[in-house]
Design a protein around this ligand. Structure first.
Ligand code: DGP
Length: 139
């Protein structure tokens, strides 16, 4: 399995540092976030070391998604939040602080004012269409 000896999440996978483990299977691990943005904030990671989404084998991403669904349902049942975000960050512009692929399972409360939501403002349709064409050219 691909690992990075300097990666904090690889150390958690290896059991070298402790975590509040929730569930695991051969490919994925879920544990509580040590810096919770809200009560119940947890992480689902791929066990092999892949820094970002762009590096992820599709079948491993699918495995993380299955575990994220399972954990999100458990968080919802246990804590009854008003909502829940799955957040996945890649690179410094997205404020990724641990370069080992992970998904945040983030329960939300009405009025929690986490700086995650952006104001809904109508975009410029022509600009949106032009950007869509640039993305589609790479699909
Ligand atoms: P991100 O910034 O999207 O890369 O999220 C990384 C998260 O990992 C952040 O919310 C804090 C959490 N975190 C960092 N170090 C540790 C650790 O040693 N243990 C646990 N459980 N979580 C950690």
């Amino acid at each position: 399995m691909q690992t990075d000896p300097n990666c904090i999440f690889c150390k958690i996978v290896a059991g070298q540092i402790p975590s509040f483990k929730l569930t695991e299977d051969a490919a994925t691990l879920a544990f509580m976030d040590i810096n919770p943005a809200n009560e119940g904030h947890c992480l689902v990671i791929a066990k092999p070391h892949h820094p970002t989404l762009y590096d992820m084998p599709p079948e491993l991403l699918a495995a993380v998604s299955v575990t994220a669904l399972k954990v999100a349902k458990a968080v919802n049942a246990a804590l009854k939040p008003d909502g829940l975000n799955l957040v996945q960050s890649n690179g410094p512009g997205a404020a990724q602080s641990v370069p080992h692929f992970h998904v945040h399972v983030l329960p939300r409360r009405l009025g929690d004012k986490l700086p995650l939501n952006w104001e809904l403002k109508p975009g410029d349709r022509a600009a949106i269409a032009a950007t869509a064409e640039r993305i589609k050219a790479k699909l």
